[in-house]
Design a binder for this molecule. Structure first.
Ligand code: NG6
Ligand code: CA
Length: 500
């Protein structure tokens, strides 16, 4: 160990021992589909995100931070388990009637926080499945297992995504506002007799029409994925989702201000269907996608305000990041494509949501903790897979017994004191990728190179791909043929990781 590393390591230990006693609250704001270039602190100019920017300016803003995957379910799986999602079958994009994907006997981030004495809450987008068996949930009763069984004391969630049925909030795993005389039925295989669909009843689509897919159940003038019947009094209104979940996040903070708490706040913004509140619609020149970014920023501002009003702002570690990279047309005619013009949701990177190229997983990542971070911009290589390890380090929990092997402790990097971070990250969006600070390797993959629906370069190629990421962050110059030894070395690391 060289001298510098030894000092850092010592610093981290002393640090976590000290703060384990003070127990800072932890608020994890997990955006949906917000890309590297979508926030003004990351260079966006046609939309301003002052609340996020204020946290970035006084916190650490990362330039090389990654979600565990390029879509929601596997990223959230990695976030909560500390295990790479590619190790586990069934962690792809979950249907709205999927069973709980994280098995209740697994050690998780919220269980770790509970062990450390924290009250734990999950508010907003869930997308990790609920119930014991896919398609067998009774949505009119408590649906279990769910957030509680994997460690959340409190939950107020959207079961899956905004574009998937059932379109209801589940509070502590029960549908909110449900009239027992009008029970909810859900199917992902066939429609219920007499129920309209977006495909057959386009006249009902008063708010948004699909561009691809999303032509089944009609809820609130918008057609969705999956079929649904009943539950009329419980259905959400898309324009009120941000208000509803933000209010529940704030109430959780208020209820728990006198004890340490961990809040996972998964925003619905800026996932499709994008239909922000009237306060935000039309407030950017980028259509609803831009307006949804404003709404996201507003939610962040409300959470910050609540923390301040509760008197716990300085003693709260706030993390803002996103579950995957950006997509412009993700299935609705919301003018995102037409109004995008010079805005670059992917920043300087190639690809986007669904892609193995950098923009699939290289996401905004901001860590704020008054007086405890070294504010600035960090180039350290960091991953959401380390949420468990790093917060365990902070909370003074020893994970050795829990049998975790992907999650690592990187508290010094996350607080802006270590410019390096991880040695490498393995990504997965079709094929596996290996990213170091210098190189990016993508395993050969026969999948489509391009998705026309979403206009995404998926990064698939039947040949090895190797990019010198320090001089070619756009991944345009494949240098695999010229660097056979590096390719061999990177393949070997991947093989060793797969064999673990
Ligand atoms: C896709 C949906 C897309 C989005 C995505 C999940 C279609 C045609 N596309 O299958 O709209 O819902 O799944 O996004 O249905 S994620 O961010 O939650 O992973
Ligand atoms: Ca997402």
């Amino acid at each position: 160990m060289d001298k510098k590393i030894r000092i850092l390591a010592f610093g981290a230990t002393a640090f976590s021992a000290l703060y384990a006693q003070q127990k800072p609250n932890i608020v994890l704001i997990y955006a949906d589909d917000i890309g590297y270039g979508d926030l003004s602190c990351y260079g966006a100019t046609r939309v301003q995100t002052p609340y996020v920017d204020a946290l970035a300016n006084n916190g650490v803003r990362f330039r090389n931070a990654h979600s565990a995957a390029a879509t929601s379910t596997p990223s959230r799986y990695g976030l909560f388990t500390g295990e790479y999602p590619w190790r586990r079958k069934g962690t792809g994009i979950a249907a709205g009637d999927a069973a709980l994907i994280i098995k209740p006997d697994r050690y998780t981030l919220p269980k770790m926080m509970k062990e450390a004495g924290y009250a734990t809450g999950a508010v907003g987008k869930w997308h990790l499945g609920m119930g014991a068996e896919t398609g067998k949930q009774n949505w009119n009763e408590r649906v279990s297992p769910g957030p509680a069984e994997i460690g959340f004391d409190y939950s107020y969630i959207m079961a899956a995504t905004g574009d998937r049925v059932p379109c209801v909030y589940m509070e502590n795993q029960r549908a909110v506002g449900l009239d027992p005389k009008d029970p909810i039925e859900v199917s992902y295989t066939k429609n219920f007799p007499g129920e309209p669909t977006g495909k057959d009843n386009p006249e009902l689509l008063t708010k948004l029409k699909p561009s691809h897919g999303h032509d089944m159940a009609v809820v609130n003038g918008i057609s969705r994925i999956g079929f649904m019947k009943g539950g009329k009094s419980a259905l959400w209104e898309d324009e009120n989702i941000a208000d509803s979940i933000t209010v529940h996040a704030i109430r959780f903070i208020e209820r728990n201000k006198d004890n340490p708490f961990f809040l996972y706040f998964g925003t619905n913004d800026i996932h499709v269907p994008r239909y922000p509140h009237g306060r935000f619609r039309g407030k950017t020149d980028m259509g609803y996608r831009g307006d949804a970014i404003l709404q996201f920023d507003w939610s962040v501002g409300e959470v910050v305000r609540a923390l301040k009003e509760a008197g716990v702002y300085d003693n709260t570690l706030i993390i803002i990041t996103s579950d995957n990279g950006p997509v412009v047309d993700d299935g609705y005619q919301d003018e995102a494509v037409e109004k995008l013009k010079n805005h670059k949701p992917w920043g300087p990177f190639r690809g986007g949501k669904y892609s193995t190229f950098e923009a699939g997983t290289r996401v905004p990542f901001i860590v704020h903790w008054t007086g405890n971070v070294c504010p600035g911009v960090s180039n350290a290589l960091v991953s959401q897979i380390d949420m468990l390890g790093t917060l365990a380090e902070l909370a003074g929990i020893d994970l050795a017994e829990a049998g975790q092997f992907d999650t690592q402790k990187h508290l010094p990097a996350w607080l802006g004191n270590d410019p390096k971070g991880r040695d490498y990250i393995i990504g997965s969006a079709g094929s596996l990728t290996l990213l170091t600070r210098d190189w990016k390797y993508i395993e050969p993959n026969k999948g489509n190179a391009y998705s026309a629906h979403t206009n995404t370069e998926l990064g698939n190629n039947p040949e090895d791909q190797l990019y010198n990421i320090t001089i070619d962050r756009g991944e345009y110059d494949n240098v695999a043929v010229e660097n056979p030894l590096m390719v061999k070395f990177m393949k070997q690391i991947l093989e060793e990781e797969k064999a673990k």
